[in-house]
Write a protein that binds this ligand. Structure first.
Ligand code: ZN
Length: 161
């Protein structure tokens, strides 16, 4: 079958940045399993997979707006080191949870460490970046009604419960 909404899809993927550096890959690991048409992968990649079938391999460049979004300068903030969790040694790249105005926990990443302050960025680390994917479709099947009601794929590479 061809990939369409509500398909359970497995893909092998490699993600590179503009310089050709590998950022993430499924090589040597399990394929990525997702439910097509439910926003579980970045929109530009999901669109590129539409209509593909098992064995198809292709490359796709996804612009930031169709990937992890543009970088929003308002989500960058500076906090005093003494406001960090006790005993924590801040390092660039560490992920923390910050509390938003509505009390919800949102992920932030440390992007710089200075004498008394650290700079936190609430943008996804890949925000503002063009994503270069190499994809191979490993498996496509209809999702079961149970998977659809749960909103995720079960079995190998999916949820176990
Ligand atoms: Zn489930």
């Amino acid at each position: 079958m061809n990939i369409a909404k509500d398909a359970a899809v497995s893909i092998d993927y490699t993600l590179k940045d503009d310089e050709g550096t590998v950022i993430d890959t499924s090589q040597g690991e399990e394929p990525l399993v997702y439910l097509h048409g439910h926003g579980q992968i970045v929109p530009g990649l999901e669109r590129a997979l539409d209509g593909k079938k098992v064995g198809d391999s292709f490359k796709v460049d996804v612009e930031a707006k169709d990937g992890y979004g543009e970088h929003d300068a308002e989500r960058v903030m500076e906090i005093s080191k003494k406001d960090l969790p006790k005993g924590m040694k801040p390092q660039v790249g560490m992920q923390l949870a910050a509390e938003a105005h509505d009390g919800e926990q949102v992920p932030v990443w440390i992007v710089a460490v200075q004498d008394d302050v650290v700079i936190l960025d609430g943008n996804h680390p890949l925000a503002g970046k063009t994503l270069h994917f190499e994809i191979k479709v490993a498996e496509v099947r209809k999702a079961t009604s149970e998977e659809l009601s749960h909103g995720h794929v079960h079995g190998e590479g999916g949820h176990h419960h």
